[in-house]
Design a protein around this ligand. Structure first.
Ligand SMILES: NC(=O)c1ccc[n+]([C@@H]2O[C@H](COP(=O)([O-])OP(=O)(O)OC[C@H]3O[C@@H](n4cnc5c(N)ncnc54)[C@H](O)[C@@H]3O)[C@@H](O)[C@H]2O)c1
Ligand SMILES: O=C(O)CC[C@@H](O)C(=O)O
Length: 526
């Protein structure tokens, strides 16, 4: 019989499901060394946010087939290592949505009415009504950063409370926002106008320290911030300083840069700050939902069936997967690239499978293209299983065409993304030893392997332009690894693709577009 280790507190409903197919050991509060010592005996590991499943733990788990995260965020699991070792990682993307949304709303009201401090004062024996004059949320403006599952539910409830709703989410269409009753605005405007700001975004390199001294300075002195998303989106020392100096009115935090929260300036502040110990998902209902959702998936995988919310392994047979693997990588890379060129809110993705890719077996390449397209929005939470659903929920239409007549390459993939900022296209193929090459950008033929950091320009093909761009990049200490120009006619329009060694420092794109002849410039990270 299989063996499952449950290393965080999980609802009994989940344990009952696991017990149908496995021997279940519940051992919570293990130290990393203790977990490492015993993990080798187990076929499955079920966790919440309390267990860190590091590379060391995964490598010691020589029998592991699946890691189940009873919750949404898999940031406490080393997913790439698990994937490399063929271990399925599953989560419960929706089981605690309502719980987290209600916690954010509860925090907003508690902050407005000073409930925690008023409660503590009465319990101390006081009857002080003057110190706890609150503010109403009715007719106030709520700025929602991240209009996904949790943000949308917060919006629905806040609307019913009579709040005006602004939202910032570069990956959601205006139509979707309107359906939810929100006005999509740029982030700065949201910061300037909101009375309450609530964060419902993943922690990514773009969102880390999104709330910092600079963004805090844009807010009203009466603004209050709620973070029930992820620690680290707010720079805590800057927040504590802003609240202390009266630059904003307060904040309610459920998540922290380091958990459990250690020494922190936040602890010394008064009723303007409310702190809870990562309780967003801690309702009986959510814990039953996530425990059942994840336990069922562990049971299925141990029985040899596919998992419905795998974050790393698509539900395809291993032989098909092996054959398609390099093309899936091509599709993901192109999807990620065209998404960044299109600049956020994509409404239509045209996928053209050409040459030997124009077969029915290639359907997963469309999914892989969407996974790449949504990567900037969802990071590791978009996977082969949920990419199509996530795209549909964001109002992205997909048109798929197959063209068996081989063009310049035996098989190539062409993606064209249309969004609020215009249309961009990329084509790619596998060359030589199945190496990915970009063969076309915006209709201009090129032939370059993609690199981690790239810069593309749309410019007029004229003497001196390459030199000017090279000098400009040099003056910002940007090292060019390779460069290629694609043009259709001499001295007409052209595209330049540059691989650079490091990310482009802030502010350079604007300088690049000032170079005479350069019409547009885009930087991407792949
Ligand atoms: N406190 C808790 O216990 C708890 C419980 C559940 C979820 N969470 C966290 O809440 C957050 C939201 O979860 P969800 O289920 O709603 O996720 P979701 O994927 O449904 O929504 C996230 C939204 O953020 C948007 N987004 C991505 N990058 C952005 C950016 N740079 N700027 C603005 N928007 C951006 C995406 O387009 C998406 O619409 C996650 O961080 C999740 O881990 C916390
Ligand atoms: O397990 C928890 O309680 C936290 C869950 C939450 O942060 C999540 O990402 O689902």
């Amino acid at each position: 019989m299989s063996k499952v280790l449950v290393s965080d507190p999980i609802d009994q409903a989940g344990i009952d499901i696991l017990s149908q197919v496995a021997t279940v050991d519940v051992k919570t509060g293990l130290k990393p060394a203790e977990l490492k010592e015993i993990i080798g005996e187990y076929d499955a590991l079920m966790i919440r946010s309390g267990t860190r499943v590091t590379q060391e733990i995964i490598e010691a788990g020589t029998q592991l087939k699946i890691i189940g995260r009873a919750g949404v965020g898999v940031d406490n699991v080393d997913v790439p290592t698990a994937t490399r070792r063929g271990i399925v990682v599953v989560n419960s993307p929706e089981g605690n949505t309502i719980a987290a949304a209600e916690h954010a709303l509860a925090m907003m009201l508690a902050l407005s009415r000073h409930i925690p401090d008023a409660n503590a004062s009465v319990k101390r024996g006081a009857w002080d009504r003057n110190s706890f004059i609150g503010a109403e949320v009715y007719k106030k403006t709520l700025g929602i950063v991240g209009l996904g599952k949790i943000g949308s539910h917060v919006a629905a409830v806040a609307k019913a409370m009579g709040m005006k709703l602004l939202a910032y989410d570069p990956f959601i269409s205006n139509e979707r926002a309107e359906q939810i009753g929100c006005q999509l605005v740029e982030m700065d405007l949201l910061f300037q106008q909101a009375d309450y700001i609530t964060l419902h975004i993943p922690k990514t390199p773009e969102t880390t320290h999104l709330i910092n001294a600079v963004t805090l300075a844009k807010m009203k002195p009466t603004a209050r911030i709620i973070n029930c998303a992820r620690g680290g989106i707010i720079e805590e020392t800057a927040l504590a300083a802003a609240v202390k100096a009266g630059k904003i009115a307060g904040a309610a935090l459920d998540v922290f840069e380091s958990e459990p929260l250690g020494e922190s300036d936040l602890r010394s502040l008064g009723k303007e700050i409310i702190l809870t110990p990562h309780l967003g998902a801690s309702t009986t209902e959510a814990q039953v939902n996530v425990a059942i959702d994840v336990a069922e998936q562990i049971r299925d995988v141990l029985l040899g069936l596919p998992a419905r919310s795998a974050v790393n392994i698509p539900g395809l047979g291993p032989d098909v997967l092996e054959e398609l693997k390099p093309y899936m990588q091509l599709a993901e890379t192109l999807g990620n690239l065209v998404g960044q060129l299109a600049g956020g809110r994509v409404e239509l993705l045209n996928v053209r499978l050409q040459g030997e890719l124009a077969t029915n077996k290639s359907q997963p390449l469309v999914v892989a293209s969407l996974k790449g397209l949504l990567y900037q929005a969802l990071r590791e939470r978009v996977n082969y299983v949920n990419a199509s659903i996530e795209a549909k929920e964001r109002g992205i239409r997909v048109i798929e065409t197959r063209d068996a007549s081989a063009r310049d390459y035996a098989g190539s993939l062409h993606l064209e993304a249309t969004g609020s900022l215009g249309t961009h296209s990329v084509t790619g193929a596998l060359l030589g030893d199945k190496e990915i090459h970009l063969t076309d950008v915006d209709g201009f033929p090129i032939n370059v392997p993609p690199s981690k950091y790239m810069l593309f320009t749309l410019h007029r093909d004229m003497p001196g332009i390459i030199g000017k761009l090279g000098s400009l990049l040099g003056s910002f200490n940007v090292n060019i690894a390779s460069m290629q120009v694609g043009r259709k006619i001499v001295r007409g329009d052209a595209v330049m693709a540059l691989s650079i060694d490091d990310p482009l420092p802030d502010g350079i794109l604007a300088e690049i577009t000032k170079v005479p002849g350069i019409r547009d410039a885009f930087t991407v990270t792949l």
